[in-house]
Write a protein that binds this ligand. Structure first.
Ligand code: 3PG
Length: 224
């Protein structure tokens, strides 16, 4: 089945906020892509950030975008314009980067694909916005860099920006992050760890995903 037409940047931004959670995946083997996405979907989360940290990542994006046309599948660990071109050509609905590379940000904007560059300082936030990024940025690595208090401090000067904190987030601290109005969604690998993928434990992946989706749903209610 052919994928639906690519969503606009605004549509992808809305989808990130609606989902509230992006599972960060290191795909060890292309054969695991479909059962993994089925497990995530069964847990209530038809979305994935497939990183380019493994050789299967790029083909995994292509395969999943074709196999799950209504899924929300994007690319992570995108560190060059060349990689951005490859993942966008493969159908990635969004591009996540560990850091802020203005050239890469500008390229994704030109291709009209949501890019969430990683930021961890006010200067990087300014650089990302200046390069054309939408006001939805990855805060990485969230926990080592100060987590919730750091994000609260950014709300003053960057009131229009919403963040996707990633790095050290799990079922125990997810709710605290999501309680901040400046947090649109959280990213993390705890539902789909390398160990769970190595063991092909799709039942556990589904269950951890369902637990996380429950936390997101509860926090959405309390956020109104
Ligand atoms: C990322 O790539 O965004 C992070 O490595 C994910 O962080 P986590 O493994 O601590 O969830």
């Amino acid at each position: 089945m052919r994928p639906d037409p690519a969503p606009s940047v605004a549509e992808s931004m809305a989808r990130v906020a609606e989902i509230g959670l992006l599972p960060v995946v290191e795909l060890p083997d292309l054969k695991l892509a479909e059962p993994l996405f089925e497990a995530l979907s069964a847990g209530g989360l038809p979305a994935a950030e497939i990183t380019l940290r493994t050789a299967a990542g790029l083909d995994g994006i292509r395969l999943l975008v074709e196999a799950f046309p209504t899924g929300f599948i994007g690319a992570g660990t995108v560190r060059s314009v060349e990689d951005a071109a490859r993942v966008i050509d493969a159908g990635a609905r969004f591009v996540v980067c560990p850091g802020t590379d203005p050239e890469l940000v500008a390229y994704c904007c030109e291709r009209q694909v949501l890019v969430m560059p990683g930021v961890c300082t006010p200067s990087e936030i300014q650089a990302a916005l200046r390069a054309g990024a939408a006001p939805l940025l990855k805060f990485f690595p969230a926990e080592p860099l100060g987590g919730v208090p750091f994000l609260k401090a950014l709300a003053g000067p960057f009131g229009e920006v919403r963040f996707v904190p990633t790095g050290g987030i799990n079922a125990a601290n997810l709710e605290t992050y999501l309680s901040l109005p400046q947090v649109a969604a959280c990213g993390g690998s705890w539902m789909v760890t390398k160990a769970l993928l190595a063991e092909r434990d799709f039942v556990k992946i589904r269950d951890l995903t369902a637990q996380a989706v429950g936390i997101v749903a509860a926090s959405a209610v309390s956020r109104g």
